[in-house]
Design a protein around this ligand. Sequence first.
Ligand SMILES: [Zn+2]
Length: 201
Amino acid sequence: MRRLSRILAVVAVTLLILVVTGAYDAISDKVHFYAGVIRLYTQAPDSRIAMPLEDVSKRAIADTWHAPRSTGRLHEGQDIFAPRGTPILSATNGFVYNIGENNLGGQTVSVIGSGGRVYYYAHLEKYAPGLEVGKWVSPRTVLGYIGTTGNAQGTPPHLHFGIYTTTGAINPLPLLTDRAAPTVTTNKPKEAKTKNKLSLL
Ligand SMILES: [Zn+2]
């Protein structure tokens, strides 16, 4: 018993030092992040994901999945066209996994979601202010803005959107769903209440 209380005392003092020096916050952030990523891996992948651009409907996307590209490459995603600077929203919940530049994608953001799937957003004009690796995002989070960086230079501005499973890329198109039209305030509160009740059942 005495030994146990000594160990507990050491643990308590160590925690106190970590809290006082601020190291605790950094460690706890990391632990939260890794625990969150592990939790995502254990969940089933999303069977439906939100359109990353608010005002683009799924019908507007010309299916270019696996279309031939330069040097024998196949197109591993979908291109969604929109005016330069249009906000790009996350299609899913998840953690920002990578923010970085590469030759093909230009400025890119990767988000890891349920089932360990990685959602890849490329050709960004710029990143959303304050976006950081490890940040939790939802379909309401702006990741960045439409542009033509990487090999999209000289093309009409668009988002290259890819999904990578643990075994390779899959076509995002069947999973994409249009975003609901913005909620309009009506003068029918009764109807709205009934609807809310029903959705709880
Ligand atoms: Zn593309």
